[in-house]
Design a protein around this ligand. Structure first.
Ligand SMILES: *[C@@H]1O[C@H](CO)[C@@H](O)[C@H](O)[C@H]1NC(C)=O
Ligand SMILES: *[C@@H]1O[C@H](CO)[C@@H](O)[C@H](O)[C@H]1NC(C)=O
Ligand SMILES: *[C@@H]1O[C@H](CO)[C@@H](O)[C@H](O)[C@H]1NC(C)=O
Length: 295
């Protein structure tokens, strides 16, 4: 695989220019000297839509981490202003909207990626300074830690779209508790950085993008000092208290039942039309716009 070869070259040569172009939408850079802590920056402007290409590239990246013993910490960041990661490209689940794209296959890869974030013995840190809608938040929920900057906004539009936040629901309940999860999930709320930090959706919030980066880099570098066996045992021990694969599979049954309802395809069609195909202006306040537009 092309991407894997680039990563291997990165590790062998520690060649920064090569490392910076690991794949089309995901850029890879070293945080510490031996690159055991690295940053993966998502770059799919204008809104970092989680589309079929990004899902595939992210799958390749996760596969490159499987079975290796060098990378200890991965920070997932964005270089798209005002956005961390938006929702999954709704065209994927609209029959015929993307010729040649097999929705079933793409969704299988999407879920496999989420499950790998939980299962791969590498520490994943979300560095969020922009909108994290739907897919963006589901990925954050599957990481080990999350930190927010002033532009971070978190939210699951799913209830308004006609679905559940399938890939992150159980983890969110664990982080903020059932009462708050009910409030935020059932209302498709938009949650800012300070509020997210207060309730535990993220670990902490920082007043500037710079302060956020300094904290994340220091933390990643410090974790990466320690023995990989210790890092792996700690992740496994903490996961023992967390949601199980079976909990996610039960949610997937709930999600698929909703996805088969006639209102779902009607809502998705209306959102694609109203949003002018998920345009920047719409995405800035995606959840509120879905609620205003559809209800
Ligand atoms: C990683 O370490 C394990 C256990 O020490 C070993 O079995 C495996 O071959 C190593 N993988 C690589 C790619 O070096
Ligand atoms: C789409 O992908 C699924 C799952 O990989 C596969 O079973 C199915 O045959 C594919 N459909 C088409 C039309 O290629
Ligand atoms: C809508 O946006 C998607 C994702 O950016 C793109 O692949 C698709 O071609 C667009 N469709 C139309 C009709 O513009």
């Amino acid at each position: 695989m092309f991407f894997f070869n680039q990563l291997m070259l990165c590790s062998i040569l520690l060649a920064a220019p090569l490392c910076a172009t690991a794949s089309q939408h995901l850029h890879h850079s070293c945080i510490n000297k031996d690159c055991s802590a690295l940053r993966l920056t998502v770059s799919n402007p204008p809104v970092n839509l989680w589309d079929a290409n990004v899902i595939s590239e992210f799958g390749d990246f996760l596969e490159s981490l499987d079975g290796q013993n060098k990378t200890k910490v991965v920070v997932l960041a964005s270089d798209v202003p005002a956005f961390y990661i938006a929702q999954i490209d709704l065209n994927i689940i609209t029959p015929g909207a993307l010729p040649g794209v097999n929705a079933t296959e793409v969704l299988e890869q999407y879920y496999a990626n989420l499950n790998k974030l939980s299962a791969i013995p590498v520490i994943f840190i979300g560095e969020v300074n922009g909108r994290a809608w739907g897919a963006g938040d589901e990925h954050l929920m599957r990481m080990d830690m999350r930190f927010a900057g002033p532009q971070a906004v978190f939210g699951a539009p799913e209830a308004a779209v006609g679905l559940i936040h399938v890939g992150g629901m159980q983890q969110l309940v664990g982080l903020i508790g059932p009462g708050r999860a009910s409030e935020y999930m059932l209302s498709a709320a938009q949650v800012g950085a300070e509020e997210a930090a207060r309730i535990g959706w993220v670990n902490s919030a920082y007043p500037t993008a710079h302060a956020l980066r300094v904290h994340v880099d220091k933390l990643a570098t410090r974790i990466a000092l320690f023995h990989i066996e210790v890092i792996r045992a700690t992740k496994a021990s903490i996961a023992a208290r967390g949601p199980k694969l079976k909990d996610f599979q039960d949610d997937l049954v709930r999600f698929d039942a909703l996805a088969a309802m006639p209102f779902l395809s009607k809502n998705v069609g209306e959102i694609l039309a109203l949003s002018n195909n998920q345009s920047l202006q719409w995405e800035l306040n995606n959840n509120d716009n879905v609620v205003k537009g559809l209800y």
